[in-house]
Structure formats: C-alpha cells, structure tokens
Design a protein around this ligand. Structure first.
Ligand SMILES: *[C@@H]1O[C@H](CO)[C@@H](O)[C@H](O)[C@H]1NC(C)=O
Ligand SMILES: *[C@@H]1O[C@H](CO)[C@@H](O)[C@H](O)[C@H]1NC(C)=O
Ligand SMILES: [Mg+2]
Length: 471
C-alpha cells in the first residue's frame, strides 16, 4: 500500500485491481489498512456511543414495554403480556453486559442470519479471548446490540413482529407532515410537464431533490435518542441555508451520469435507504423525479427487514407512510402522490427489497464474498444511491482513513456499479475530503458527528473514472 500511496496518478481501475491482488496475498496488505473504529479509544465518538448513547436506546425500549403493557395485553393477548417480564429481563441483562464490558454472546434461534452472526462473532476472538463491547469494532458491537434486541423479540413468540421503534417513527412522520406537504406540492409542480423543462430546470430539480434527500437525513432518532425534531419551515428554504455545509459536492458528476442514463433503455436506479419519516418521503420524491423524467424505468429501494438503528425504514413503515398520505385530509398533493407511488409499486416499476446483509455488521467490501447474490443484483443497477451515515460507515469499512484518501480507494474494491453517497456526518470518519474543504469546519469541534455537515460523493468505478480518485 505504501507504493500506492506515493503513486498519485494511478488509475482507479488499476488501483482496484492492485488492492484486490494485495488483499489476496495474505496478511501483509491488511495490516497496512487503517484500523477500524473501536470503543477502546477513550474520547472517541465510538466510546461515547457505546458508553452513553447505546444504553439510552436500550433504556427507552425497556421503558416502552413497561409503558405499553396494557395496550400490548389488549392487542396481543395475556400470553404476550406475560412475556413482557421475560423481555424486560433479557433487555436489562443485555444493557448490563454492555455497561460492564462483558463478552458478546452468540445468538440463538432459528432466524436465517443466526449462523452468519455466530461465525462473525467467532472471527472477533483475539488470542483465545471473546470480543467485549468496548474492544471489538464499534460497527460490529452497535449492529450486534440492535440484532440482540431483535433476537429477544423474535424468540418471544407472540411479539415477534412488534416494532419497538414504530411509535417514534410514526411520531416524526406526523411532526414533519407540513414540510412533507410543501415538498410534495413542489414535486408535483416540477414534474407536471416534464417535456417542457429546459436542461437548466432539470438540473435545478435534481439539485433540489438530491439536496432534500441528503438533508432529510440530518435528524435521525438514534442520534437524538428520540428527542423530537420537526420540520416546520419550508424545506426548500432550509436547503439554501444548508448548502454551504456540503463539504464534498460531486453533483456535477452525478448530473453527468444521469444525462448519460437518459439515453439508455431499461435503466435501473437503486436507493439503499436509511430512515423512515421525512427522509423516506424525500427519498421517494427523488425516486419520483427520476421516474417522471424518464431517466429510470425501474427503482429498487432497499430497506431493512426488521427494526434497526431506531429510525431505519421497514416494510411496515412504508405501508404506514403511504396510508398516512392517502388519509391526509385536506392534503390533495399527498393523496395524489400516494396513489401514483402505489401504482408504481403495483406495476413493479418500484420495488422495495430486503436482504439480511443490510442488518449484518459486515462492511460492504465483503458483500461480494458474503452475499454474492445481492452483489450480483446491485451490479445490474445503473446507479446506486447510498443514504445516510451507517451505509457510509459500511462503505468505508468503518476505518479511520486519512481524510484525504480517495473516496473510491476507501471502498476497498466495493464497486458493483457507479455509486453516490448522500450522508450527513454523524460518525468520526470520512474519505475524499480535501484539506481546504476540511478547513471550512474550523471552529466546529463536533463537525464530524453533529449531522450539521454533509457529503455528496460519487465513485464512478468505470474505466473513465475521473481524476482525484488516487490515494
Ligand atoms: C426489569 O428487570 C430489571 C432487572 O432484572 C428489574 O430490576 C426491574 O424491576 C424490571 N422491571 C419491570 C417493570 O419488571
Ligand atoms: C453542488 O454543485 C451543483 C453543481 O455545480 C450545484 O448546482 C449545487 O447547488 C451544489 N449543491 C450544493 C449543496 O452545494
Ligand atoms: Mg438510520
């Protein structure tokens, strides 16, 4: 890797090949990669997350079951209500092992991903010692916590499909309904007569809706731990104020990609989604724009199969959002959009898809080997949009890359198709950031984790990859 570091003119395709060759040559290459983030670095955001934010999230789930006891009894029956004691015990135990830095236990149960999780846990043993919360990779332990909560419910029988984050997600949808309506109206106006739009207007529309999809990611519930955040001011006005906080803006190259796709047939664009609520709505507006302007004939929308990182979108959230839009009295724009989107879903123009890989702790560089079918499926996309911080962490392998490392290079060979990351920054890692851009954050000590700064980063991963992808 040292050789590559000095060879700044190296073409990306060659670089990817060399990275691949090095990584197949045994241990040497790996020891040269920057370490993954871990809670063992005191003062790191990983340490703060595991010691402060994660216990709060567990406490809130415990409190929810206590508070909802009667409702759950009414809805799911007395047997389910009886199970709540056991659920409380298991959740409390999980929280206590985390806070006392005890070993991570294997998963149990019949779920399809249990063997994978237990194999990955075994991988984390070091010198005959099992992994513990504050020493194992942060990405691993954080995913593990959400997977263990899921396990506790999964194995409870009656409550296996109960979404313990559902109410919070529904509340934020409700709280942002005014902004949702404004954005929906703006979308309908924009695509009312696609043929009449000038090239400049199309570009402006993409800039607006990419910006909305990006900034809608700012307020997620795992960061605010559920404190209410609403979207009241016009979202498009907010956008203008937020624009100077986009540290990397590859929009021009993204537009060029979209222009190229316009002349192709059977284009499929994928969105690997993040949160429900205002973000899901904004993402679907972007999907609508791509569909209405005839750029994409199909959209694959990748969501989580079960509750994840508090606010992540599940199939139930999609159903709830469409129903909520349809039943919104006095909001004709939302009803119209809900009908149109349901039509796209019925026709297979849009497809929501799930894969256990998205709720695994694996970095995307391991997708080709660990989830080859998913990787092959993504290879058939013409463009993939990765939303949010967790997807970004997985793109970068959650490694502590020097910030100016090329974005493509930090993907460690993950390039199923041209891909763009839309991310507000909520974890202390980044790549592809030039020092003069980083300088803009001077004076904001929390710039990497506050969600106030953002990135629009493209990796074209083709033979025509632009310059700047060198390490
Ligand atoms: C939940 O479990 C914890 C730990 O076992 C216990 O201290 C607490 O009283 C339990 N709460 C309820 C409501 O059962
Ligand atoms: C990013 O760049 C594009 C193209 O130059 C521009 O239209 C857009 O306003 C920029 N967006 C932000 C958020 O700076
Ligand atoms: Mg999320």
């Amino acid at each position: 890797m040292h050789l590559l570091l000095m060879n700044s003119g190296l073409h990306f395709a060659t670089l990817a090949l060399l990275c691949f060759l090095l990584s197949t040559m045994g241990g040497q290459a790996n020891t040269e990669l920057p370490d993954v983030l871990r809670g063992s670095y005191k003062g790191s955001f990983a340490y703060k997350t595991i010691s402060e934010r994660m216990p709060v999230i567990l406490t809130k789930v415990i409190d929810l079951f206590h508070r909802e006891k009667i409702n759950i009894g009414n809805q799911y029956g007395d047997a389910a209500k009886e199970k709540l004691k056991q659920i409380n015990g298991s959740l409390s135990e999980l929280k206590s092992t985390m806070q006392r830095n005890k070993p991570l236990q294997p998963l149990a149960g019949a779920a399809a991903d249990v063997p994978l999780w237990n194999r990955l846990l075994e991988e984390q043993w070091v010198d005959g010692e099992p992994p513990v919360w504050f020493d194992a990779p942060w990405l691993f332990v954080e995913c593990y916590m959400y997977r263990r909560v899921r396990e506790i419910l999964e194995n409870s029988g009656e409550l296996r499909d109960y979404d313990y984050f559902g109410q919070q997600k529904r509340d934020t949808l409700e709280a942002s309904i005014a902004a949702i309506e404004l954005l929906g109206e703006h979308l309908l106006e924009t695509v009312a007569d696609p043929a009449a739009l000038s090239g400049q207007q199309v570009k402006r529309a993409f800039s607006d809706f990419i910006g909305m999809s990006l900034w809608a990611n700012k307020n997620d519930l795992s960061i605010s731990a559920g404190a209410h955040v609403s979207q009241e001011a016009s979202p498009l006005v907010q956008l203008v104020e937020l624009n100077h906080r986009v540290l990397v803006n590859d929009s021009e190259q993204v537009f060029a990609q979209l222009r190229r796709l316009r002349d192709k047939r059977d284009v499929r664009i994928d969105i690997v989604m993040d949160n429900a609520g205002f973000e899901l709505f904004s993402d679907l507006c972007l999907a609508d724009l791509l569909t209405s302007l005839g750029i994409a004939q199909r959209m694959s929308l990748h969501i989580k199969a079960h509750p994840w990182y508090v606010s992540d979108t599940t199939p139930a959230d999609v159903r709830h959002t469409l129903q909520h839009m349809q039943s919104a009295d006095g909001k004709p724009a939302l009803r119209r959009l809900a009908e149109r989107w349901q039509g796209y879903l019925d026709a297979g123009t849009w497809v929501f898809e799930m894969d256990t890989f998205w709720t695994s702790p694996l970095p995307f560089s391991r997708m080709a080997s660990e989830a080859p079918e998913l990787y092959a499926h993504l290879q058939a996309a013409n463009l993939i949009i990765f939303k949010g911080d967790l997807n970004y962490r997985k793109l970068l392998g959650d490694r502590n890359w020097p910030h100016s490392t090329g974005f493509c290079a930090s993907l460690e060979g993950f390039h199923p198709a041209p891909l763009v990351a839309l991310r507000t920054m909520k974890a202390d890692l980044v790549s592809g950031l030039a020092p003069e851009r980083e300088a803009l954050t001077a004076g904001d000590p929390n710039w990497m984790v506050s969600g106030e700064w953002a990135l629009i980063q493209l990796c074209e991963c083709s033979d025509t990859a632009r310059g700047g992808d060198e390490l």
